[in-house]
Structures are given as structure tokens and as C-alpha cells.
Design a protein around this ligand. Structure first.
Ligand code: FAD
Ligand code: NAP
Length: 539
């Protein structure tokens, strides 16, 4: 191991122990031969899959592409049984990766980073943890999670509640809900999975719905050994497709607009997609314009609305479950969500019509009366993308704090770097690609780690984008989002789910293939290397 600077504690510090942190540590340690330390505030690696242990938690990226692609042997050796992965299966996989690549010891668990600061004199990052220790390193990699900063709404009276309450992303292993009167607030991807799973297990389930959701069947099923063997034989082509496609979900792109075909053919194609399953496949791979053309979007929305009315027996409940927004959120997929509302023990409360007033000792009181509950489950999502970046002081050049820089909307260069923050590389940060996550992580951190190698090989101390290149990337993101319909829905994609958060674009919407082309085209040529700080005259 050759150290870059013996005076520093480490060559690189990584924050986060999810897919991003694990990928970064592996490549920095095992390929670049750097001394790396990683901090994870949780008690285990896994990130999302450590924290989200709620009943029913499951990937909705199919198993064959919800994994790393960097190691061919890992792809061949490690297998799965069903076309989607349960929470514990992803956790096992990530644990396996840390053991297999001998990087377990690099992770310091139960250690929260509470401050980072770029030291302009020493060209290094100072990283302070909740144990009041400060460590230095040339490079800082932040894999803080795009959906990891928990959103617990401020509902009056919660402290008075005599029962138990849980947030799905902080689910305790001993959570008791079976046989009880349970209330669930939130009907996003999480709520949909949770509600469907626990309805048969509880005494009574009351679902407090603010916005009705479009969801399509997931199509969860066992995969045969032959199917899995065929996937493994064709992995090279599969990853090629993933990296060049729009969503990176492992489905081929389509050139067909929903308006190119007759109404009958459109219905047939929607029906086929409905029976195959998967939200992203339904939204982006049957027709190419559901997210951009209001007419095509409406056709898809109407198809799902019709399904809701076919599935849900009580017309009033069906109506409450029928969305009024365009079909333009991050798509959801389920194992029988709408049918769950046919159960005798499930009640749907529309909290737009009948708002929650307060939590009482006994349950939740809405404008129309009190619902007595033993347990309240918050499936209320996350302060997405930049939430964790604003939780502690991240100080770049000239004392600039990232939260101030991002107060009117967060920016980045390629979703990876920010001006005034030299040698800091983010993963799944604002203005990164809106795609399946593992391939996106490999693309963006792959680029960052190649850059670190470039710095190391050329004996350069720092790299950073200028404010102008950051603005250019934002403008390109705006351009690629033009005409998309995602801003028409009030979701986390634009920050609309968090009271007071600026409504602003948080993704590059051009697709995985085009994002990878941008990385390749730009290389490192837009970066400034070894910028001399204002107060320092020579390097
Ligand atoms: P995370 O897995 O969120 O890891 C970030 C880690 O950083 C966390 O463990 C956190 O504790 C740690 N951390 C944050 N701040 C600090 C700090 N200050 N100090 C120390 N540690 C810190 N994506 C898909 O593509 N397909 C799916 O099917 C899919 N399903 C999902 C299901 C659920 C329930 C959720 C919530 C998300 C899902 N996602 C899915 C998105 C998922 O978050 C990503 O796929 C992926 O796991 C992100 O990995 P990450 O390492 O970037 O972030
Ligand atoms: P979410 O999509 O943001 O949904 C949160 C839900 O809580 C929404 O129904 C929201 O209502 C409601 N809510 C929030 N604040 C509320 C309040 N104050 N009062 C009442 N209701 C409130 O969060 P999520 O379901 O956790 O999903 C987030 C993302 O994680 C997903 O989009 C997906 O990317 C990922 N995920 C994936 C899977 C999977 O299938 N693999 C599973 C879970 C999560 P409004 O809609 O009105 O805001």
C-alpha cells in the first residue's frame, strides 16, 4: 500500500455503508491500493437495506440487475431465487460483497459523521465523527443515500399516543403489530408494500391516504434454475443494455409512442405489461412517451384507473383510490394493493377530504372523528436526495457551507462534484441520473475513482469543477427534463413532499445511456486541477 501523504490519517474517507459506500471502498482499496476508512452511522453495512426492515420490503428492480456488475465471478457465483429481492436478501448480498472483497474492516459502524471541512493549507478533508474524533484524508466520498433522511411529519399530539409508533425506515426488529389495530400514514412505494403485507396479519388496518397512487402489479415469482442460468450466460449483453438504456432496469428501450398504435392495440399492450408486472417497465418500456406526452400519459392513467374500479368492489373506496394527478411519480409496483381494500378489516380514510387533526392518547383524530389504534406506522418517506447533506456542516473552500450553497435548490456537476468542494465525490446526489441505482452508482463513482487514479498517477493534489460548469450541468438537466411530466406530481422527485423545501429539479432525466455518454464525452477536461487557494501562493 503506497500512501499519498503520510501526514494524513487516510488517503480516502467514505461516508455511508450502502451500495455506494461499499463500491467506493472496494475500488479504492483493492484497485487503487489506497488506505481507506468508511463511516456508517448504522450498526451494519447495507444502507437502505439495513434501515428499511418493514414487513413487505422488497426491491422493485429485478434481481438480475439489482446488484453490482463490476466482478464477473461475483455475478456467476452469487444467485437468487425470485425475480425480486426481499430486504434481507439484499442485506445478505451486500454483507457477502464486503466479506468477499475483504473490506469489512474498513467500515467503522455506529459512527456518524457530524462535520467535514476542507483544509486549504493541507489539501485534505477533515472528518469529525459523533465520537468527537477528527480524521484527515485527501479524498472524501459521500454515499449518504438518496432516500435515507427519514421524514416524520410533525403531527400534533404524537407524544401523547399511548401505543407504539414506527417509521418504516427505522423499523425495529421487535416491532409488534400482528393482531393489533394498526393505522398507516402514507401510500407511496413503501406504504403500498407494507399495507399489502400486513393487512392479513392485523386485527384492523386503517389507511390514512393523502394522495391516491398509481401502482401496477409487480409480477413477483420464483425463477427457475434454467432462467437464472440463461441470464448468467448472457450477462455481458445484459449489462451492455442496462448501461445504454433509459432506466437501466434491464428492459430494452422502445421507439413506439402510445399514439403510434390503435386504441385496441394500446389496450392490449397495457394489458400485457400489467400481466408481466413492474412499474418502470409499465411507465417507460412499453411506450416511449408516457412520461413526456400528456395524451399518452392520460391513456396509461386511464388504463390503471379502469383496473382500480374493476378490482375494488366498493365504488366509493375505488373512487378514493383513484389518482387525480398525472401518472408521473417514481412508479410503484405491488402484490395486490388495490385488492387489499376489499378486505373486511381494512378501512381507507381520505385525509385530503377528512384531514388528520391530531394524534390522541388512543389513536388518530381526523376532522370526522377518532380512529382508535394500538400502533401507528409512518410510511411517510424521506427528505430525498440532499436531506442527509443538510444534516451536518459540510464546509468547502473559504468557509462555504454546502447547506447555504444549496438553500434555494441543490446543484452538482454530473451529480458527483460541487464547486468549492475539491476532491469531494458524491454518489446518488442531486442531479444524478433517474435510473436503477446500482448501475448508476457504478457509473458515477466509477468516473470519480478513475479521476482519483488520474490525480494519483499524475501527482496532482486536487480536482474541482468551476461554478460555471456546475451551472452548465444544471442547465443540461433542465433541458433534458423539459417536456417531462414529473413536475406535475407533488412527489419527492422535485422535493414537494417536504414542507418548505424548494420545488426544484433534482435529477438528470436524460436516461442512463445518455448520462454515460456525458461522462465519456467530458472525461476530466472541464475540471480545474490544483487550484491555488486565495491565501496560498504556491503548491
Ligand atoms: P443508502 O443505501 O441509503 O446508504 C446510505 C448510508 O449512509 C446509510 O446507511 C446511512 O446510515 C449512511 N449515512 C448517511 N449519513 C451519514 C453520516 N452523517 N454518517 C455516517 N453514515 C451516514 N433503488 C432501486 O434502484 N431499486 C429498488 O428496487 C429500490 N428499492 C428501494 C426500496 C426501499 C424501501 C428504499 C427506501 C429505497 C429503494 N431504492 C431502490 C433506492 C435505494 O436507496 C438505492 O437502490 C440504494 O440502496 C442506495 O444506496 P446508497 O449506498 O447510495 O445509499
Ligand atoms: P413517498 O413515495 O414519498 O411516499 C410517502 C407517503 O407518505 C405519501 O403517500 C405521502 O403523501 C405520505 N405523506 C408524507 N407526509 C405526510 C403527511 N404529513 N401527512 C400524511 N401523509 C403524508 O415515500 P416512500 O413510499 O417511502 O418511497 C420513497 C421512494 O423509495 C420510492 O419512490 C422508491 O424510489 C423507493 N422505494 C422503493 C420501493 C420498491 O418498490 N422497491 C419500496 C419503497 C421505497 P403525498 O403523496 O400526499 O405526499
Amino acid at each position: 500500500m503506497s500512501r499519498l501523504n503520510e501526514k494524513l490519517d487516510f488517503d480516502a474517507i467514505v461516508i455511508g455503508g450502502g451500495f455506494s459506500g461499499i463500491y467506493a471502498v472496494h475500488r479504492l482499496k483493492n484497485e487503487l491500493n489506497l488506505e481507506v476508512c468508511a463511516f456508517e452511522k448504522g450498526g451494519h453495512v447495507g444502507g437502505t437495506w439495513y434501515w428499511n426492515r418493514y414487513p413487505g420490503a422488497l426491491s422493485d428492480t429485478e434481481s438480475f440487475v439489482y446488484r453490482f456488475s463490476f466482478d464477473k465471478e461475483l455475478l456467476q457465483d452469487y444467485s437468487w431465487t425470485h425475480n425480486y429481492l426481499k430486504q434481507e436478501e439484499v442485506l445478505e448480498y451486500l454483507t457477502h460483497v464486503t466479506e468477499r472483497f475483504n473490506i469489512k474492516d474498513q467500515f467503522r459502524l455506529n459512527t456518524k459523521v457530524i462535520k467535514v471541512r476542507f483544509n486549504e493549507e493541507e489539501y485534505c478533508w477533515e472528518v469529525t465523527t459523533n465520537k468527537m474524533e477528527t480524521f484527515t484524508a485527501r479524498f472524501l466520498i459521500t454515499g449518504l443515500g438518496l432516500l435515507a433522511s427519514v421524514h416524520l411529519p410533525d403531527i400534533p399530539g404524537l407524544d401523547n399516543f399511548k401505543g407504539q409508533y414506527y417509521h418504516t425506515a427505522r423499523w425495529p426488529q421487535d416491532a409488534e403489530y400482528k393482531g393489533k389495530r394498526v393505522g398507516v400514514i402514507g401510500t407511496g412505494s413503501t406504504g403500498i408494500q407494507l399495507i399489502t403485507k400486513i393487512a392479513p396479519e392485523v386485527d384492523h388496518l386503517t389507511v390514512f391516504q393523502r394522495t391516491a397512487q398509481y401502482t401496477v402489479p409487480l409480477g413477483y415469482r420464483k425463477q427457475t434454475k434454467e432462467e437464472i442460468a440463461e441470464i448468467k450466460e448472457n450477462y455481458d449483453e445484459i449489462w451492455e443494455t442496462v448501461r445504454n438504456s433509459v432506466t437501466a432496469f434491464g428492459y430494452p428501450d422502445t421507439e413506439t409512442s402510445a399514439l403510434d398504435v390503435s386504441e385496441e392495440e394500446r389496450e392490449r399492450m397495457f394489458e400485457e405489461a400489467w400481466s408481466k408486472g413492474n412499474g418502470f417497465r409499465f411507465l417507460s418500456h412499453v411506450f416511449n412517451d408516457l412520461s413526456i406526452n400528456p395524451e399518452s400519459n392520460e391513456a396509461a392513467a386511464n388504463f390503471i384507473k379502469k383496473k382500480i374500479h374493476e378490482i375494488v368492489k366498493d365504488p366509493e373506496t375505488a373512487q378514493k383510490l383513484t389518482p387525480t394527478e398525472p401518472f408521473a411519480r417514481r412508479p410503484c409496483a405491488d402484490k395486490g394493493y388495490y385488492a387489499t381494500f376489499n378486505r373486511e378489516n381494512v378501512t381507507l380514510v381520505d385525509i385530503k377530504e377528512n384531514p388528520i387533526v391530531e394524534v390522541t392518547e388512543k389513536g388518530i383524530r381526523t376532522a370526522e372523528g377518532e380512529h382508535e389504534l394500538d400502533v401507528i406506522i409512518f410510511a411517510t418517506g424521506f427528505d430525498a436526495m440532499d436531506g442527509n447533506y443538510k444534516k451536518f456542516d459540510m464546509i468547502g473552500r473559504n468557509g462555504i457551507n454546502l447547506k447555504d450553497k444549496w438553500k434555494d435548490g441543490s446543484r452538482s456537476y454530473l451529480g458527483i462534484m460541487e464547486s468549492d468542494f475539491p476532491n469531494m465525490f458524491m454518489s446518488r446526489a442531486p442531479l444524478s441520473s433517474f435510473t436503477n441505482n446500482p448501475p448508476a452508482i457504478e457509473s458515477e463513482l466509477g468516473w470519480a475513482i478513475d479521476l482519483i487514479k488520474h490525480l494519483k498517477d499524475n501527482n496532482l493534489k486536487t480536482a474541482e469543477p468551476t461554478k460555471e460548469t456546475v451551472d452548465d450541468w444544471y442547465n443540461l438537466c433542465l433541458e433534458t427534463s423539459k417536456g417531462t411530466l414529473f413536475h406535475k406530481a407533488q412527489s419527492w422527485i422535485y422535493g414537494a413532499n417536504i414542507p418548505g423545501k424548494p420545488f426544484s429539479l433534482r435529477f438528470y432525466m436524460g436516461g442512463m445511456g445518455n448520462y454515460n455518454k456525458e461522462l465519456e464525452k467530458r472525461g476530466f477536461k472541464e475540471l480545474v486541477f490544483d487550484k491555488v487557494p486565495e491565501k496560498i501562493t504556491s503548491l
